[in-house]
Design a protein around this ligand. Structure first.
Ligand code: A3P
Length: 307
């Protein structure tokens, strides 16, 4: 009874601080105001050598790879992974809402090793300690147009992200990197280059859609976890779109409606490759492609079905 009351008090307190936060540049990268306000704490985050970091540009399949990693580390035991929602199992390094709520940095200090965390930070903003301690990083990139469409719907539903505004303007904002966590183009290319210098496993959303078991094997090899093939197959099943969509511990069902407006979109929206074709006009596609070729010129990073 008492805990029910404190739960509802916490929700009321949370409701009071929820709003669409403005973007504030941090070393030139637009981040939500509360993150910018606690930036010194993020920058000075103390890594441990066995920390594992899942990194993505927002909406590239973060939750998907988190579920895969957690199941690999749990040897496919869903009883373990279904004990808590994604955001509790893997703290979101830089994320915070205004006080009195503890930030992920506060929570991470109490997490026993080995810790797994998620971040959307571009490479140049990663806390130095993570690189000095040579922590393993798993990066997932998704083709720009599908990533953009997914972000557009997410920004509508997530009532702490800036309002995406109308579709046409949003396409421009994305191209200019004027969205939370900045430029998609810089993000995906920089980690691609840095994979040569650090322990970075670089995955593509489209490859995961093509052959999930193959990509799970790459992850488990990178993590040096020995798993028999039947467990790999179990993990592939457990992390299929539909099973995750039905799993309240992996689909963000636990986030209250005053933060996720589910009348706008669902978190597990479509999970497809090429959905952008349903939204881009011919003119938008042409402008986007010309700009894309310019920004991605010279990179060896290639996405399929993107132009
Ligand atoms: P859509 O909006 O295109 O459906 P993130 O976790 O980085 O926020 O990314 C969310 C996107 O990944 C959403 O894309 C979501 O549907 C998709 N996604 C999540 N789990 C998935 C899965 N198991 N298979 C395919 N896509 C998945």
């Amino acid at each position: 009874m008492a805990s029910q009351k404190s739960n509802s008090d916490t929700l009321q307190q949370l409701k009071a601080v929820v709003r669409r936060f403005p973007l504030v540049p941090v070393h030139g990268v637009p981040l939500m105001e509360p993150i910018a306000q606690q930036w010194a704490r993020v920058e000075n985050f103390e890594a441990r050598p066995d920390d594992l970091v899942v990194v993505t540009y927002p909406k590239a399949g973060t939750t998907w790879i988190q579920e895969i990693v957690d199941l690999i580390l749990a040897n496919g035991d869903t009883e373990k992974t279904r004990q808590a929602p994604t955001q509790v199992r893997m703290p979101f390094l830089e994320y915070c809402v205004p006080p009195p709520f503890p930030s992920a940095i506060d929570r991470l200090a109490d997490v026993p090793s080995p810790r797994v965390m998620k971040t959307h930070l571009p490479f140049q903003l990663l806390p130095k300690s993570l690189l000095e301690k040579n922590c393993k990083i798993i990066y997932v990139a998704r083709n720009a147009k599908d990533n953009l469409v997914s972000y557009y719907f997410f920004d509508q539903m997530h009532l702490m992200q800036p309002d995406p505004g109308p579709w046409d303007g949003y396409v421009k904002k994305f191209m200019e990197g004027k969205v939370p966590w900045g430029s998609w183009y810089d993000h995906v290319q920089r980690y691609w280059e840095e994979r040569e210098n650090h322990r970075i496993l670089y995955l593509l959303y489209e490859d995961m859609k093509e052959d999930l078991a193959r990509e799970i094997r790459r992850v488990k090899d990178f993590l040096e976890v020995d798993l028999p093939e039947d467990i790999v197959q179990t993990i592939a099943h457990q992390t299929s779109f539909q099973v995750m969509k039905d799993n309240p511990m992996a689909n963000y069902d636990t986030v209250p409606d005053f933060i996720f407006d589910r009348t706008k979109s669902s978190f597990m929206r479509k999970g497809e490759v090429g959905d952008w074709k349903n939204y881009f006009t011919v003119a938008q596609k042409e402008a986007f492609d010309a700009d894309y070729l310019h920004k991605m010129k010279g990179t060896t990073l290639h996405f399929r079905d993107v132009l």
